[in-house]
Design a protein around this ligand. Structure first.
Ligand code: SF4
Length: 312
């Protein structure tokens, strides 16, 4: 993650000195780079990855979320060499992805965000088809839903009225997946695999983005309650001394500790949803609908040998 002070000149020296040995000692095998836009910090990412390579530490997954506008041949070659899984999150306000480069990435999913003005995926699916035809390679669409955090545009928040329409559409997409549509199978399988892994009725739920499963840090090893922000009020401590900030921890557990979530049968999968959300009741209702759809799909999803791109 990039902190505000480091946007101009990120300094990985503390990471190399203190965080890198910690990662190796704990045998952590998944790493994700988040921005802003990670390609802006490419030199720092390369310094870190080269240091892990030199230390002989290999990752099972290196993940990067980018809008793809700054990709050059050098980035593509390096990402393919490292085996990076790129999530292409499209924010057209920041420009168009460098498709000629992006489409040479070995492991990449095209991320589609449903929101208030995007309740239906039809145009997106058509676009994926066109990209496949133009670049003569398979693309792997992924679908997700907004986190209505303070930094997100309020006008894109999902409403209950949106859900009334959107859920009907999701059922239609699930039927297409069950009938073997490759794009829809991929889009649902990513969620189905995670749902199967996480759903554990009766077990304790951990917050969505905080726990042993996810450790969000800045370059100095400060730990935060969310991978989208390094605001001081969400700093929970450091890698070496966590749980220092009760207010941040209270925020992280804001929903998962409520009575409603604690008795919810799907809490280990949903995990209370995003603790920074201003639309919690909509998020909760959507989770319950998605659970119904995934339960239905669980028995009907055809077997596939296609790659499944999950975001977790
Ligand atoms: S579905 Fe609602 S009640 Fe259940 S865990 Fe998620 S947010 Fe909590």
């Amino acid at each position: 993650m990039a902190s505000r002070e480091r946007r101009v000149k990120p300094d990985p020296s503390l990471f190399l000195e203190k965080v890198l040995p910690w990662v190796i000692e704990k045998d952590i095998r998944k790493i994700a780079y988040w921005g802003g836009e990670p390609i802006v910090y490419w030199k720092t990412i390369k310094t870190i990855q080269d240091a892990f390579d030199k230390a002989g530490h290999k990752f099972d997954m290196i993940k990067m979320a980018t809008n793809g506008t700054l990709f050059t041949e050098e980035h593509v070659e390096q990402c393919n060499e490292w085996g990076v899984y790129t999530i292409l999150s499209q924010h057209l306000d920041y420009g168009v992805p460098a498709w000629e480069q992006v489409m040479k990435l070995d492991k990449m999913s095209l991320s589609y965000l449903f929101h208030h003005d995007e309740l239906y995926a039809w145009d997106w699916l058509k676009r994926c088809q066109e990209l496949e035809e133009k670049y003569q390679r398979q693309v792997f669409p992924f679908m997700h839903w907004p986190r209505s955090t303070e930094g997100a545009d309020k006008s894109s928040d999902l409403t209950h009225e949106d859900l009334d329409k959107h859920i009907v559409h999701l059922w239609k997409l699930a039927e297409l997946a069950a009938n073997g549509d490759r794009f829809l199978q991929g889009m649902w399988n990513a969620h189905l695999v995670e749902w199967r892994q996480k759903l554990d009725v009766g077990a304790e739920a951990v917050p969505m983005c905080y726990g042993d499963h996810q450790i969000d840090i800045d370059l100095d090893g400060n730990r935060y309650g969310c991978h989208h922000t390094v605001e001081p009020w969400l700093k929970t401590g450091t890698l070496w001394d966590d749980n220092q900030n009760p207010d941040a921890m209270k925020q992280v557990r804001r929903f998962v500790d409520t009575k409603e979530c604690q008795v919810c049968p799907i809490k280990t999968w949903c995990r209370g949803n995003c603790h920074l959300s201003r639309t919690h009741d909509v998020d909760c209702r959507l989770s319950k609908y998605k659970h119904k759809i995934l339960t239905w799909l669980d028995k009907r999803m055809p077997e596939t040998n296609e790659r499944i791109y999950k975001h977790d």
